[in-house]
Design a protein around this ligand. Structure first.
Ligand code: HEC
Ligand code: HEC
Ligand code: HEC
Ligand code: HEC
Length: 217
């Protein structure tokens, strides 16, 4: 009798924690991308980004996309030592992130509606990508050779995620999308394979593990 009551108390406690939006590693629930507590979400999570029918196919490779896209032309990263350059405009998957994170389109603009809630200043990376890690380019063996201090993405093995939710494979298999560097090379939008709860990063920031996964420094 008593043990049963305790179990219920523990369960109730857990549900309270989840309901309070505490970030649980390994799931989108409670992560920064869990929108259930926002008035505009109708208590749902996926809806701001995905829709099961009549989705927006205007961005290449977009997965059943629902969020209004940005029409920005971005200033791109450049440097004299960059081997991958010159950079072009961000490609498909990164454009999806920028549809909220460039700060020009409301978070709650989805499903054909125009919203009013903008991303917070701290998570607004702006419309200049010149001050951000380069994205949208092919990272292959040839680039690694040309650079001299990058691991060969087709052979270097990395483990992303943490706890019971990890995935091991080459850089190409775990961090690249169509062979390209994207926002999702470093971040897991669903918090499924992340190193912890902070910044949704796939590999730990501690000791710069995330940087040393690709850069042979
Ligand atoms: C904040 C936006 C956002 C939310 C919220 C979101 N997704 Fe996604 N999802 C994306 C993006 C962007 C991609 C493209 C691939 C990537 O970047 O990982 C994607 C890809 C996917 C894919 C295909 C690739 C894969 O990872 O298997 C599935 C399936 C998916 N999402 C399911 C869901 C479900 C189910 C939910 C709700 C529980 C959800 N997503 C919530 C942005 C989102
Ligand atoms: C090379 C890895 C890498 C890539 C690529 C990358 N990020 Fe990040 N991002 C990080 C790390 C690491 C942090 C943690 C804070 C820091 O170091 O600035 C971060 C932080 C953030 C934050 C939190 C706010 C902040 O500035 O701290 C947002 C939002 C973000 N990234 C979005 C994006 C978007 C959108 C893209 C694609 C346009 C992207 N990131 C590409 C590694 C990356
Ligand atoms: C529907 C809008 C939307 C899309 C699309 C979206 N995000 Fe976010 N993201 C948010 C919101 C909202 C927050 C947190 C609350 C805020 O800043 O307003 C956030 C927070 C983050 C953070 C900060 C996490 C932290 O710990 O501080 C990162 C990193 C991030 N997003 C990366 C991405 C990446 C990468 C993509 C694409 C794969 C993406 N987001 C797509 C809306 C979005
Ligand atoms: C998924 C692989 C990957 C990860 C993770 C990654 N990088 Fe990179 N980074 C690259 C590639 C590929 C380039 C392009 C190099 C080139 O073309 O010279 C690059 C470019 C850069 C550049 C610009 C180099 C130049 O010559 O202008 C810097 C600086 C940099 N990365 C730092 C970092 C830091 C710091 C981190 C960790 C927060 C990080 N990178 C994480 C793959 C990665």
């Amino acid at each position: 009798m008593r043990a049963k009551a305790t179990r219920w108390a523990v369960l109730a406690g857990l549900m309270f924690l989840l309901g309070a939006g505490v970030c649980v590693a390994g799931t989108i629930t409670g992560s920064q991308h869990d929108f259930t507590t926002k008035a505009w979400s109708g208590g749902r999570i996926c809806v701001a980004c995905h829709v099961t029918h009549k989705s927006d196919t205007s961005v290449t490779d977009a997965p059943l996309w629902s969020h209004a896209n940005s029409t920005q032309t971005y200033t791109v990263y450049s440097s004299p030592t960059l081997n991958a350059g010159p950079m072009g405009q961000p490609s498909g998957l990164s454009k999806l992130c920028l549809s909220c994170h460039d700060g020009t389109v409301a978070i709650d603009s989805f499903g054909g509606n125009t919203g009013t809630t903008m991303i917070s200043a701290v998570n607004n990376i702006g419309t200049s990508l010149a001050d951000d890690h380069p994205i949208g380019f092919t990272y292959n063996t040839a680039l690694a050779t040309a650079d001299g201090a990058l691991f060969d993405p087709s052979t270097k093995s990395v483990t992303i995620g943490s706890g019971s939710q990890t995935k091991t494979g080459t850089i190409t298999a775990t961090l690249l999308y169509n062979g390209k560097m994207e926002c999702s090379s470093c971040h897991d939008v669903h918090n499924t394979f992340t190193a912890g709860t902070s910044h949704l990063v796939k590999l730990p920031e501690a000791g710069s593990t995330i940087c040393l996964a690709c850069h042979n420094k």
